[in-house]
Ligand binder design. Structure first.
Ligand SMILES: Nc1nc2c(c(=O)[nH]1)N[C@H]1C(S)=C(S)[C@@H](COP(=O)(O)O)O[C@H]1N2
Ligand SMILES: [Mo]
Length: 263
């Protein structure tokens, strides 16, 4: 009988031990780490990460991705884990590249938004670099009207613009030279439209829906009663009517003009 009780006790103790062996010691933070493995989709977690008791998600992320590639150089028995780590690391590098591109773009755009000057250069007696306020002060050159637009998809519309007569700006303020033949309007995003001097000189662009309309090319700073705000780029838009009925004039409207180059 004693023997039977002893065997029973022994079985209970042994059974208890197997259960306990399956458990992770209470001193480690198993729940967090195990969840972490699923969340991060990391195939392998090494002992170091557990021992470090890294609990914070962000920190652990960086511990796994930054430290592991260095460690994996010495671990040859698990190529899959190493390549996973390498992939993960590549992801981090790519993300950093994107961040760097964004920040350098911001840096490029910063002077533009703080400067936002309309430049006129090339074959002129007077190179111009005008702020919005300076442009608005050229009262006698201001033109305002509803412009009809047609784009390449056939979309039409009317937009009220207020701005400066471009030919008069070139003739009276920039003092364009006689030998000039081409005017290129360049936007901050690199978009540009090229015109002959004759095209810029023309003061009777049409609206195919309104036989009375006659428009010059203008550099507008106000659209439908609202001024462009400098935080959205240089507040100058080239606006031009149609040469003839069916002329798709909208693509010629250059937003955020940076400079006008005369050649
Ligand atoms: N700076 C700049 N201006 C631009 C463009 C551009 O990409 N960049 N696209 C042009 C084209 S193709 C069209 S149809 C119109 C579109 O004007 P919206 O953006 O006001 O519709 O802007 C024109 N002006
Ligand atoms: Mo367009």
């Amino acid at each position: 009988m004693k023997k039977i009780i002893f065997i029973l006790l022994l079985l209970i103790v042994l059974n208890g031990c197997t259960v306990n062996e399956g458990k992770i010691p209470a001193s480690t933070p198993p729940v967090v780490i195990n969840e972490k493995v699923e969340e991060e989709d990391v195939v392998e977690i090494d002992e170091d990460s557990v021992d470090n008791n890294v609990v914070d998600n962000e920190e652990q992320h960086s511990v796994i991705n930054v430290d592991e590639p260095i460690k994996s150089e010495g671990i040859s028995q698990n190529n899959e884990a190493a390549s996973n780590v390498a992939e993960d690391n590549q992801k981090i590098i790519d993300e950093n590249e994107v961040v760097e591109e964004q920040s350098s773009k911001e840096m490029e755009e910063e002077p533009a938004t703080s400067g936002n000057l309309l430049k006129v250069s090339g074959l002129t007696e007077n190179e111009l670099s005008l702020s919005l306020e300076e442009l608005k002060a050229l009262d006698e050159l201001i033109f305002e009207a509803d412009f009809y637009s047609l784009n390449s998809f056939g979309t039409t519309g009317y937009t009220h613009f207020k701005g400066i007569n471009l030919w008069q700006l070139l003739e009276k303020k920039a003092l364009i030279k006689n030998e000039a033949t081409v005017v290129t309007v360049v936007a901050q995003d690199g978009y540009k439209m090229q015109f002959t001097v004759e095209q810029v000189k023309k003061q009777d662009y049409i609206d195919e829906t309104n036989s009375e309309a006659k428009y010059p090319m203008i550099v507008a700073w106000e659209e439908n009663g609202e001024e462009y705000t400098p935080d959205k780029g240089a507040p100058f838009k080239l606006v031009v009517g149609q040469k003839e009925a069916g002329d798709t004039n909208k693509p010629q409207w250059v937003s955020n003009i940076d400079s006008i180059v005369v050649e």
